[in-house]
Ligand binder design. Structure first.
Ligand SMILES: [Zn+2]
Length: 457
């Protein structure tokens, strides 16, 4: 029989164990700023905190550069120097180099490439994806689905889906009726993920004829599907969940005054006669303001906080968090849209770092998938003393910064309606858990190995 003292000690120990917080085992939080190269970071830092200020990411002790590799679909030995989000997310998610447009499949051969989500799930870890885009967009899709083209987002886009002009996507080999895994939405609905948060409700409601919609498949696979931001509060122990807060991508937080974006400088008539004659009228400067369409859209931080609550457990987990519209707004020459979305990623990072503070086996990585078009250029040309009109051949936005200066942002990758990505190497930041483990320059597909090694899977 136990002595009263032993009994008291046992009781005290049991109480202590019960109230002690459960520390997460090896965990990876990968934050991706889509298109967030050093230009986008510098532009955001200048606007948000001033040229001598600091972004949250600047406090991270590990900082490296990532060379992005892409290959040609028809000749996978040949390099393509500018990536898209599909092949670059595939590199991080699977450790493989592939061609543009491919979602976790191999260039040329269309072989499925195993993702970090599937490996982590098999090892008993929880997994989650959080994004400000449609959850079926290329970056989140590459972490948990396999398909030959990123446009095959739902059952209605699998065959003869016209993307642009005469470019028609064909994912018919992946149709469920052909024994394939189905569209991205159908694959997400059938995935082992514990949590998926973002936009894309329309893709989950899309169905052909009498076939099940991805929404119905998700419900049958044990997901609670919801669309009200008010439901973002539940903590650990809830069911597997999919939260879809917009038809497609989530609206961005900021836009330019009166919706302004970059504009063309207006050279005088004389300048058309000879490029050194005449004058040029630059666009008026403007500021950023709240986007009236943002409404009650959940912030990336709010979604990340929910994910950290829900995924937290003593085995650890893998979570990917993406701020998607740094890229999407740069395509549209909208610097305020971009800057607001860098701010969102920085807030989500602060949540991730607070989590890592309490759970010391948490590796926090922040990176971009590829470069974008926006470029910080002089507002006053260094060649102005030559007395000739000097202006960009592209479009320019002159932002009135809160610290009282003008920041000129140039977009000139092409003359089309939409700007393109650029092929620059991108940054990688990490918390002290990664100290000594990340070389000064690495290949993007090596991020996969870093994450897998840390998770011990
Ligand atoms: Zn893009």
């Amino acid at each position: 029989m136990k002595s009263p003292l032993a009994h008291t000690l046992c009781f005290a120990l049991a109480t202590l164990l019960h109230t002690m917080p459960v520390y997460a085992g090896p965990t990876v939080i990968l934050l991706i700023g889509d298109g967030m190269d050093e230009q986008q970071l510098t532009i955001a830092r200048n606007y948000l905190h001033g040229a001598s200020g600091r972004l949250a990411v600047d406090a991270l002790p590990v900082r490296s550069s990532v060379q992005v590799l892409t290959v040609a679909e028809k000749d996978p030995k040949r390099s393509i120097y500018v990536a898209d989000s599909a092949n670059s997310a595939t590199a991080m998610a699977t450790g493989n180099i592939t061609s543009r447009g491919r979602i976790a499949t191999s260039a040329g051969t269309d072989r499925d490439l195993e993702t970090i989500v599937s490996i982590a799930h098999r090892a008993g870890l929880r997994t989650g994806l959080v994004t400000t885009s449609s959850v079926t967009d290329a970056t989140p899709a590459s972490f948990a689905t396999h398909i030959s083209h990123r446009s095959c987002e739902d059952p209605t886009r699998m065959q003869s889906y016209e993307v642009a002009g005469d470019f028609v996507v064909d994912c018919s080999q992946d149709l469920q009726s052909h024994g394939g895994p189905g569209s991205i939405a159908e694959q997400l609905a059938r995935s082992p993920l514990d949590l998926i948060l973002g936009g894309g409700r329309g893709h989950f409601e899309a169905a052909i004829d009498s076939q099940e919609s991805p929404l119905a498949i998700a419900a049958r696979n044990g997901f609670d599907v919801f669309s009200s931001p008010a439901e973002l509060v539940a903590g650990e122990g809830v069911n597997r969940r999919i939260g879809l807060f917009a038809e497609r991508h989530l609206p961005v937080r900021w836009h330019g005054e009166q919706g302004r974006i970059a504009e063309k400088p207006q050279p005088s008539l004389l300048n058309y006669a000879y490029r050194y004659f005449g004058s040029v009228k630059q666009p008026q400067a403007f500021q950023c303001e709240d986007n009236p369409n943002y409404g009650d859209t959940p912030s990336l931080k709010a979604m990340t906080d929910t994910a950290l609550d829900q995924l937290h457990n003593d085995r650890g987990f893998f979570l990917m968090v993406e701020s998607a519209s740094i890229d999407k707004r740069s395509h549209q020459r909208d610097p305020c849209g971009q800057i607001g979305e860098v701010a969102q990623l920085m807030e989500a990072l602060q949540s991730a770092l607070a989590y890592a503070e309490k759970n010391p086996e948490t590796l926090v990585l922040v990176t971009a998938d590829h470069g974008q078009a926006a470029q910080l250029v002089p507002d006053e040309s260094i060649f102005a003393a030559y007395g000739v009109p000097i202006f960009t051949p592209g479009n320019i936005a002159r932002l009135q910064t809160p610290e009282g200066s003008i920041m000129a942002i140039n977009y000139a990758t092409n003359q089309f309606d939409v700007e393109e990505h650029t092929g620059v190497q991108v940054p990688l930041f990490a918390n002290d858990v990664a100290a000594g483990k990340i070389p000064p320059l690495l290949f993007q597909h090596e991020i996969f190995g870093l994450m897998r090694d840390h998770l011990g899977i």
